[in-house]
Ligand binder design. Structure first.
Ligand code: PGA
Length: 253
């Protein structure tokens, strides 16, 4: 059985008191309303991780993720946060390769492979993001493009290591645009990616990997998306900043 996961990527949003308010609201509402075994992963700005731990520690369903980590172990890299530092405060997940990092910080598949490695070495599960641009979808082999992102950043891993990775398919044309991929479009890609994993690691391993969909997920679109057989949950941006909306997305899973 694959883990069902709904992750909220807060990006560079919320001031300290707002971050605390949102996390505590989510935990309180979830206590009454969220049943079952869905894992909720909040990805706040790193500066709030330690503070928010206090608010989520009573809820076994909740975990925290960093939005990024360095590919380097330690040293003179001003402004960076290492995987070992995240581990030292008890963080279990990190987003790796979000399209905004790829686009604005020129993160390559090769660099992301190094981030995946260092996260795993520190006992942290990477939530590895991949996805094509609108231009690629219209003009190229868009499935091949995303498969290649996975091959270049993940296929050096052993099966045992891969099983600690969560994959998030996020078509760039659907991120923050209000344009969600249809359930058919998302399922097509998720099934292709799972088949790609199966080709390398075998279907038993591929069947255990959670593949999340991200890109303008809302409470209104979540039901249909999450009902697709290869969609194991969501990575939610904008809609994760409002407690009621995010809870309704979690409940759809
Ligand atoms: P969005 O962002 O839900 O606002 O489209 C998703 C993401 O970037 O992870």
């Amino acid at each position: 059985m694959r883990n069902k996961i709904v992750a909220g990527n807060w990006k560079m949003n919320k001031l300290a008191d707002e971050a605390v308010a949102l996390a505590s609201e989510l935990v309180n509402i979830a206590k009454d309303e969220v049943k079952g075994d869905v894992k909720v992963i909040l990805c706040p700005p790193a500066i709030y991780l330690t503070t928010l731990q206090k608010y989520i520690e009573t809820s076994p369903n909740f975990a925290l993720a960093a939005q990024n980590c360095s590919d380097k172990a330690s040293g003179a890299f001003t402004g960076e946060i290492s995987a070992a530092m995240l581990q030292s405060i008890g963080i279990k997940y990190v987003l790796v390769g979000h399209s905004e990092r790829r686009q604005y910080f020129a993160e390559s598949n090769e660099l992301l492979a190094a981030k995946v490695n260092i996260a795993l070495e520190n006992g942290i599960s990477p939530i590895f993001c991949c996805g094509e641009s609108l231009d690629q979808r219209q003009n190229e082999d868009y499935i091949g493009f995303v498969k290649n992102q996975i091959s270049e950043s993940l296929f050096h891993l052993s099966a045992e290591q891969l099983q600690k990775v969560v994959i998030a398919y996020e078509p760039i044309w659907a991120i923050g645009t209000g344009l969600t991929a249809s359930a058919e479009q998302a399922q097509e890609m998720h099934a292709a990616l799972r088949a790609h994993l199966a080709g390398k690691y075998g279907s038993e391993v591929a069947d255990e990997i959670s593949i999340l969909y991200g890109g303008s997920v809302t409470a209104a679109s979540a039901d249909e998306l999450f009902a697709s057989p290869d969609i194991d949950g969501g990575l939610v941006g904008g809609a994760s900043l409002k407690s009621r909306e995010f809870i309704n997305i979690i409940k759809a899973r």
